[in-house]
Design a protein around this ligand. Sequence first.
Ligand code: FMN
Length: 219
Amino acid sequence: MSKITWKAGTLLAPVPPALISCGTVDKPNVMTAAWTGIINSEPPMTYVSIRPSRFSHALIKQSGEFVINLTTLSLVEAADYCGVKSGRDTDKFAAMHLTPIACSKISAPQVLESPLSLECKVKNIMSLGSHDMFVAEIVAVNVDEKFIDEKGHLDLEKAGLVAYSHGHYYTLGRNLGGFGFSVNKKRLKKLQNKKLAKKIPEKSSLAKPKKKPKFKKKA
Ligand SMILES: Cc1cc2nc3c(=O)[nH]c(=O)nc-3n(C[C@H](O)[C@H](O)[C@H](O)COP(=O)(O)O)c2cc1C
């Protein structure tokens, strides 16, 4: 195995092609951002990095609020559209048949069609170069009821979440195990058992080693 070194770049992948809604319910805007993620657990903190030239940049700077809405298979066309059209000249909610609805703690709108929307209040803005990073606290989370199981747990496996990787959108693949499965012998065994292990590509460390084929020595 060998690697070559390239010049520095933003090749981290996959990242979430999130729908960032802002403005108000009456005058909403939404843009797609892949430069977003979690940066603290308690209090729950996030960021979104936005170029100052974006229409959303001014709206978020002014209100100090935005919503991160997760993108699913049924929202992927909207996510792409909201990432190439500007709210300066297009009502993206209307164009993509998205519904802006009120949040619980902020006046920015959330996207009804998204299964999970994080209400965020800006705490700090850092100018990093091409982008300004809005560091924010997540002040409330809105979840589509149909993804809450009988025990009250969030289960987004069937939501069809979408990832963005090097310029392309993908749905998520198989569930490969839960947190800590590598040290939980029972779970590991279950995973390595029959069905799943067969489907996992040979190179994966989870795949069972193949038996070497036996060749009869030619006389
Ligand atoms: C998949 C994807 C990810 C994007 N990520 C970002 C991002 O993280 N930050 C950013 O400033 N622009 C990003 N963009 C571009 C903006 O979404 C785009 O410029 C949009 O038109 C801005 O909308 P607005 O002018 O209504 O704010 C992304 C576009 C796509 C398609």
